[in-house]
Design a binder for this molecule. Structure first.
Ligand code: 2HG
Ligand code: ZN
Length: 460
């Protein structure tokens, strides 16, 4: 879409110096997120500093009916921040302050552009802990985490972003500024608008301030890396750990395709040719964690691990997690147009879904790499396709989703629906729930200006 020419000076006055990007070359980084093969140019990018500026932009959008697409760091994987219908991208790089860390109440108040890892580090320096830990924590923003309800590596014990959001300041698509929730752990005053906004993929409101719950920093953390000859044995070990009496804070499963990709990406052989890897981690009082990690090591050995290594210090832990966090970038380097999904099944069904995905891959002659947060049932299936294989790959995606739904899982555990899974949402939620979702969208965004073309198919 092309914006009316008179808008640019209006926006420049509203947003002040440096608040509007209009030069085509400078707009280029805002065309895409991490979703392979998806790009669309915005007409302009605006960089607000306050909720009042966001409200002014949305009032202009309402008056002139142009799309507004909120954006964090663009690390999303379902197209959430891609301006598929043009219009304005609302980027939060100038709203990146940690406003307050309330130590006695264990809460933080932040702007949406704060990098997740920066908040984690800041609260850790005060003995506090922000548990949600997306693999991209060094780049992604808290606003983006809220839009997608990001999950990550510690969800198995600590839950996901929504479990830490106590309250929000939100600008509605029609320009009103509202506050949801409060600075309390309990709050049942009216509908839970906080939870409605979290995970709504920037389609219902623009988050401008966030109140987050913090925990005390655990006294000790112990990490283990176990190697297996094949993925099925490793998946069975995951099940044993997941159903056991020790609740790890992370339990990751990595198949041979992912291991090889990272080994060549980081130029190091860490596995000696192993067919699968588990990384698991416990936290808590030191007196408890040392026994717990030994028990988990024993469970891995009994389940058939060919080698089990306990990290001896922080450096070794960091190396193990660096390996894990490199999987996604490593796979992208090999196949930039890969199809990655974030299916999730009840944890005890992990061995079944892995076996099912392997059969689907075999039937269609495709390479499907599997890795991810197996402890909470969330597996990233990455179809490493050549362009000519795309029709087959799309059939494979349909079959994987059908298997997930048969197992009472979900087609998206943490990346969201965006544009990439919009065609499948009805399959999971059903026609009536989809209608209810659309009525909510219409009630809050009657002119469909906020992130249009996401979650719902245009034709629906
Ligand atoms: C991860 O867990 C991310 O590393 C990315 O969610 C997953 O690229 C992927 O499939
Ligand atoms: Zn993930």
């Amino acid at each position: 879409m092309t914006l009316p020419a008179a808008l640019r000076p209006l926006l420049e006055t509203t947003l002040g110096p440096g608040g509007v990007i209009a030069v085509p070359a400078a707009l280029e980084p805002y065309e895409r997120d991490e979703t392979p093969g998806l790009a669309a140019a915005p007409d302009l990018v605006v960089l607000p500093r306050t909720a009042a500026e966001v409200a002014a932009v949305l009032r202009l959008a309402t008056e002139h009916r142009f799309p507004v697409v909120p954006r964090g760091a663009g690390t999303g994987m379902s197209g959430g921040s891609v301006p598929v219908r043009g219009g304005l991208v609302l980027s939060f790089e100038r709203m990146n302050r940690i406003l307050e860390i309330d130590e006695p109440n264990r809460m933080a108040v932040v702007e949406p552009g704060v990098i997740t890892g920066d908040l984690q580090a800041e609260v850790a320096s005060r003995g506090l802990f922000y548990p949600p830990d997306p693999a991209s924590h060094q780049f992604c923003t808290l606003g983006g985490n809220i839009a997608e309800c990001a999950g990550g590596l510690r969800a198995v014990k600590y839950g996901v972003t929504r479990d830490y959001v106590l309250g929000l300041e939100v600008v509605l698509p029609t320009g009103e500024i509202i506050e949801t929730g409060s600075r309390t752990l309990k709050n049942v005053a009216g509908y839970d608008l906080t939870r409605l906004i979290v995970g709504s993929e920037g389609t219902l409101g623009v988050v401008t301030r966030i109140i987050l719950r913090l925990l005390p920093q655990p006294e000790s953390v112990r990490t283990l890396q176990a190697l297996f000859s094949d993925i099925r044995t490793a998946a069975r070990a995951v099940s044993r750990i997941a159903s056991g009496r020790i609740l790890p804070r992370a339990l990751e499963l990595i198949d041979s395709g992912a291991i090889r990709a990272v080994e060549s990406f980081l130029k190091q052989d860490v596995s000696g040719g192993a067919g699968a890897m588990i990384i698991t981690e416990v936290d808590g009082p030191a007196t408890a964690t040392s026994g717990e990690i030994e028990t988990l090591a024993e469970v891995c050995r009994e389940a058939g691990a060919v080698s089990v290594k306990l990290a001896r210090d922080k450096d070794e832990q960091d190396r193990i997690w660096k390996f894990r966090r490199s999987i996604s970038p490593a796979l992208y380097t090999i196949k930039p147009r890969k199809i990655n999904e974030d299916i999730v099944v009840p944890p005890a069904r992990v061995p079944d879904i892995i076996a099912e995905v392997q059969e689907i891959a075999k039937r269609h002659g495709l390479l499907i790499v599997c890795f991810g947060h197996a402890g909470d049932g969330n597996i990233h299936t990455n179809i490493m396709l050549e362009e000519s294989e795309r029709p087959r790959a799309e059939l494979a995606v349909q079959e994987i989703f059908a298997a997930v739904l048969r197992m009472q899982g979900s087609i998206s555990g943490e990346h969201g629906i965006g544009t990439s899974k919009a065609a499948y949402l009805r399959l999971e939620v059903g026609a009536q729930a989809l209608e209810a979702m659309k009525r909510i969208k219409l009630a809050l965004d009657p002119n469909n200006i906020l992130n249009p073309g996401k979650i719902f198919l245009s034709a629906e």
